[in-house]
Design a protein around this ligand. Structure first.
Ligand SMILES: C[S@@+](CC[C@H](N)C(=O)[O-])C[C@H]1O[C@@H](n2cnc3c(N)ncnc32)[C@H](O)[C@@H]1O
Length: 406
């Protein structure tokens, strides 16, 4: 597949590998993964690719930035530079590579959907007309802060969330969004905190509802869909950002679970219960452990939505859960899907010593996966390793490891 040009490549922090043809990106990531895991696994690691590596992301977060205008002569030792007054500009887009305080004025983007540039243009024109200042990361002034967009790739539903520090004309904002996305749900979030995260103090609906639905289609070995799971996603819900490739991974894990045929699944780092809900029909009970309360609420709602009654949700850190609730090893399966930082060493040790026959580890960071495998392989052998490219044009890759008690 030929690579496609994006006018922001090289400055935008989003797509570091976009200059390489997709096959080459995958080959590079595969070689790197193979190298990182070489102490544990030397056989070839197959990689499931993203079929269409453009417009695959179901969520993006952009920043509004009031910033010093970039000058190409910035670093030159020309004394005249020092006396030139600073000029300022406003930009709406993804962060510059390696900068927290600068955004690239995005007019082109190949990862979310084709309407994104037009939506950003409409919002910029609206902000200018309303005379609304963009946020200054250094001085903590300004009204417009972040823009979050979510799109259900299998449902077509859209939600737009504007993060602000103060009041603004909501009616004209809704009209600006509707000019490009007539059916989108629209929300406003107030965020006056100093941290540069899209974490709101309050959230309010301006149009439609406060969530969208996304579904994953779980296919069997013949490629036919054998189970569908619907997810209700609010602006804060965690959900894999590449729906189409994530559903291939969930399908694959489901097939492995089917063969293992456990009675009880421990879905550790369970988020809103994606693995529990994907495999609920394959076990008597699934126990989903997740530390973020809103994800648990989403999980409970998602279980109801899918008519699933055998998933029990625990809001706890895995390292605390394994200390307080002994893992019942008989006919059990542990699924691990920790964040990029990997497992707490106490949690990895508890799983390693659990005596549960089968463990499946899904990781978005090969480096922390290798650190955790060092502990797990004291008691487990690795049966299989494969990878899924959820993150085209970035160096990241998702890995699935199947382990069995020695
Ligand atoms: C990579 S996500 C996996 C979510 C879920 N399995 C899925 O497929 O959607 C990792 C999850 O672990 C949660 N988490 C992070 N640290 C945790 C901890 N110490 N104990 C429990 N959950 C944790 C995060 O909030 C996040 O939901």
């Amino acid at each position: 597949m030929p690579n496609r040009p994006c006018s922001h490549f090289s400055v935008c922090g989003g797509c570091a590998l976009l200059n390489l043809p997709y096959e080459e990106q995958v080959a590079q990531k595969r070689a790197q993964l193979q190298e990182t895991l070489k102490d544990f696994w030397t056989a070839d690691i197959p990689v499931t690719v993203t079929d269409d590596p453009f417009y695959f992301r179901n969520k993006v977060e952009l920043g509004f930035c009031h910033q010093v205008k970039w000058r190409d002569d910035y670093n030159k030792k020309d004394p005249a530079n020092k006396t030139r007054p600073l000029e300022f500009e406003q930009a709406l887009g993804f962060k510059y590579k390696g900068r927290f305080d600068r955004a690239v004025e995005i007019t082109d983007c190949l990862i979310f959907n084709e309407k994104l540039p037009a939506l950003l243009a409409a919002i910029r024109a609206w902000a200018e007309k309303e005379n609304l200042p963009y946020y200054d990361q250094r001085k903590h002034t300004g009204i417009l802060r972040h823009l979050m967009l979510r799109e259900g790739k299998n449902t077509g539903e859209e939600i737009v969330v504007l993060f602000v520090t103060d009041d603004f004309n909501e009616k004209t904002f809704v009209a600006a969004v509707e000019s490009v996305l007539p059916n989108a749900n629209i929300m406003v979030a107030v965020n006056n905190g100093l941290a540069d995260t899209a974490a709101p103090e309050s959230l309010r609906v301006l149009k439609g509802k406060d969530h969208i639905f996304e579904k994953i289609l779980l296919s069997g070995p013949d490629g036919n869909t054998e189970r569908e799971v619907i997810f209700q996603l609010s602006p804060q819900s965690f959900f894999q950002t590449n729906t189409k490739t994530a559903q291939k991974m969930y399908s694959r894990v489901r097939q492995v679970v089917k063969k293992i045929a456990p009675k009880r699944i421990y879905d550790l780092y369970g988020g809103a219960g994606s693995f529990s809900l994907s495999c609920a029909d394959l076990c008597e009970k699934s126990i989903c452990v997740e530390s973020v309360a809103p994800a648990i609420y989403n999980g409970i709602e998602n279980a109801k939505l899918n008519g699933v009654k055998n998933v029990q949700f625990f809001c706890a850190k895995v390292e605390d859960f394994v200390k307080q609730q002994p893992i019942e090893k008989k006919e059990a399966l542990i699924i691990l899907d920790p964040p990029r930082s990997g497992m707490h060493p106490k949690a990895a040790k508890a799983v390693a010593e659990s005596g549960v026959e089968n463990v499946l580890y899904i990781s978005c960071n090969p480096v922390t996966l290798a650190a955790d495998l060092k502990i797990l392989t004291q008691h487990y052998k690795i049966l299989h390793v494969e990878a899924f490219d959820f993150f085209p044009h970035t160096p990241h890759i998702e890995t699935f490891v199947q382990l069995k008690l020695k």
